[in-house]
Write a protein that binds this ligand. Structure first.
Ligand code: ZN
Ligand code: ZN
Length: 238
């Protein structure tokens, strides 16, 4: 299984990073976790045809995680895809997509997709997926894929999540030192969790510009050889 950082960025552009998106690939089958704005362009740059994507798992419905969903569906329609794209997300995902189609009603009869929300365990495109509710400002999920790759989406770090068995943990680190927040991860609240996870590799993603600025200092503070900060285009074999 291969994991690709399609977009390691946030809602604010920085260092040329595209918004949140990770691609998981196994036996030639591909799914995405999130599809923030910039995903469509990044997939093209990675030579991935949008028609090859079988499913999109949304961690939550914030624009920097779902902003290119409609664009991907529209590109598939215009490229003549005959396959249905499966979309999964937390409760509220159907409403969100329905509201977008209310605004862009010309797409309603053109786009080919299904939406499932609130599913805890499911199989899609040959992947076994477990959705794990996380703590953010809206309903949100992290996803465990094939029992190996765990992706947090936006959340504060919490013990039960870090206890999940996985080989590769991809976790957000939105904010730098000194922030008090219940919705995101900071170096201070992340450090408390590092002893809990048995992951072989821990990749930090979704760093806002003020966090990226001090990323070397953060890595020194966290002091764990398993840690790295994702860049767009990075990939890992799991
Ligand atoms: Zn968010
Ligand atoms: Zn975000």
């Amino acid at each position: 299984m291969r994991v690709v950082a399609v977009g390691s960025g946030t809602a604010v552009p920085s260092e040329g990073r595209s918004q949140s998106c990770y691609m998981i690939e196994k036996d030639g089958r591909k799914i995405l976790v999130d599809a923030g704005m910039g995903t469509l362009l990044r997939l093209d740059q990675l030579d991935v045809d949008v028609r090859e994507i079988e499913a999109i798992l949304l961690t939550h419905n914030h624009l920097d995680h779902n902003g290119d969903l409609l664009g991907i569906l529209k590109a598939r329609w215009l490229n003549g895809s005959e396959d249905e794209l499966s979309v999964f997300g937390p409760k509220g995902t159907k409403y969100c997509i329905e509201a977008l189609l209310e605004a862009y009603s010309y797409l309603r009869s053109k786009l080919n997709f299904s939406v499932k929300e609130g599913e805890e365990e499911f199989e899609v495109a040959g992947f076994e997926v477990m959705a794990i509710p996380t703590f953010h400002s809206v309903r949100s999920n992290g996803y465990l894929i094939d029992g190996k790759v765990l992706i947090s989406g936006d959340t504060r770090p919490f013990k039960e999540f870090f206890e999940v068995d996985c080989d590769l943990l991809i976790h957000e680190l939105s904010l730098p030192f000194g922030y008090e927040t219940q919705d995101h991860t900071t170096p201070e609240n992340l450090k408390e969790m590092l002893d809990v996870t048995k992951a072989e590799k821990i990749v930090l993603t979704h760093l806002y510009p003020q966090t990226l600025e001090v990323k070397d200092e953060i890595l020194r503070f966290l002091d764990d050889p398993r840690l790295s900060v994702a860049n767009d285009g990075d990939s890992w074999e799991v």
